[in-house]
Ligand binder design. Structure first.
Ligand code: AMP
Length: 113
């Protein structure tokens, strides 16, 4: 499964992406279909299908730490941003590999669509 996974293949470098940050645990890339002026995906290198399958709190800490760093790097930390984990069908998850969307650069409406 993991060898077929789009985000595993991006994290390994097999499929190119616009990388904005990376470390031993995670990679952050620009979304190909941005929904805001800043739209970055933070992806753990290890294959975890969704938030439901996470077993390591440390993994979530790493993902959120990179999300926060990306927001600072992109200049949206002070103006504000949204971090979203779409999960399974009703959550709108289309790539079955855990990822955080970091969205900013415009005002975010509530409730989300
Ligand atoms: P989700 O729908 O929450 O699973 O989010 C998956 C996201 O991945 C979508 O916002 C897509 O636009 C994005 N995406 C799909 N393929 C790629 C790719 N090759 N590089 C960057 N982002 C992608």
């Amino acid at each position: 499964m993991a060898d077929q996974c789009l985000f595993c293949r991006i994290a390994s470098g097999e499929i190119p992406a616009k990388i904005v940050a990376e470390d031993a645990t995670c990679i952050a890339i620009r979304d190909v279909n941005p929904q805001a002026p800043v739209h970055v995906l933070v992806i753990p290198r290890a294959h975890v299908a969704s938030l439901n399958e996470v077993t390591s709190p440390a993994l979530m800490a790493d993902v959120l730490q990179m999300a926060r760093e990306v927001a600072k790097q992109e200049g949206i930390a002070a103006s504000g941003y949204r971090v979203v984990f779409n999960t399974n069908s009703d959550g709108g998850q289309s790539v079955i590999h855990l990822h955080a969307h970091v969205l900013g650069g415009r005002h975010m409406g509530w409730p989300p669509g």
